[in-house]
Write a protein that binds this ligand. Structure first.
Ligand code: TIU
Length: 243
């Protein structure tokens, strides 16, 4: 079986080509504490509706990628219960009453195993999907993501999740430096701050696609709908970026 015809999503700054076998969907930190009313994010005074509008389009993308047999990776930001993986610079940041590890509305803030740290019901990982627990903003730092993607021959990432200017941006920048091509779905990423959402997306596709591409999920879904089958051969023959 040969390499399949690439799928093309209409994107900025120009169309994004991909195929099913070498492209992964990445859902960044769609966790209760960032998205749910009464969670950590809301307790800081943030408007979680700015993030919650991503759930429905992202659910449609997740369903389509699952149906197409694509690799799906979920990430969660959080720390070990003893906080040994949380650098002091991160621990000490912010209001003293709302530090990582403190009791929050949905358990200890950003601690693995707590209710607030888990992924929201609507986008819960299916059996067999990878969940990457990450101590930093980027999904590559101090995780096994690079090795996992290399082992599967993944070269392109369709990036979704929250927040646009923090963990999505950091992950896209990390991925870019490692040789991955990233398509960020504009209606499937969210920020508490509308101005950061707009500027964050523009920064990705500016300067000829300095960090990658952006597109609405509808454009990606249209491209995906033209795909017939996954070709395992294309994963084997693909050049692999460094992890
Ligand atoms: N996942 C992620 O973006 N973590 C953050 O802390 N984001 C903020 O916008 N604060």
């Amino acid at each position: 079986m040969g390499v399949p015809h690439p799928l093309v999503a209409y994107a900025a700054p120009y169309p994004f080509s991909f195929d099913l076998a070498t492209t992964a969907l990445v859902l960044i930190d769609m966790q209760r504490d960032f998205l749910e009313p009464g969670g950590f994010g809301a307790s800081l005074g943030n408007d979680v509706d700015e993030l919650r509008r991503t759930i429905a389009p992202l659910r449609a993308v997740l369903d389509a990628c699952r149906a197409a047999g694509m690799t799906v990776v979920h990430t969660r930001e959080g720390h070990l219960p003893d906080l040994s993986d949380c650098p002091p610079s991160k621990l000490l940041r912010g209001s003293p009453s709302l530090r990582i590890g403190d009791p929050g509305p949905k358990g200890r803030i950003l601690v693995r195993g707590e209710e607030g740290h888990d992924i929201i019901e609507e986008l819960y990982p299916a059996a067999g999907e990878t969940v990457i627990d990450k101590p930093g903003k980027g999904a590559f730092y101090a995780t096994g993501l690079g090795d996992l993607l290399a082992a599967r021959g993944i070269r392109r990432l369709v990036v979704t999740g929250v927040t646009t200017e923090v963990c999505v941006h950091t992950t896209v920048r990390e991925a870019n430096d490692r040789g991955y091509e990233c398509l960020v779905l504009s209606d499937c990423v969210g920020s508490y701050f509308p101005e950061f959402q707009r500027a964050g997306l523009e920064m990705i596709s500016a300067q000829g696609g300095i960090f990658g591409w952006t597109a609405e999920s509808a454009a990606f879904l249209r491209a995906l709908a033209t795909a017939a089958t996954v070709s395992p051969d294309s994963a084997e023959t693909a050049a692999r970026p460094a992890s």
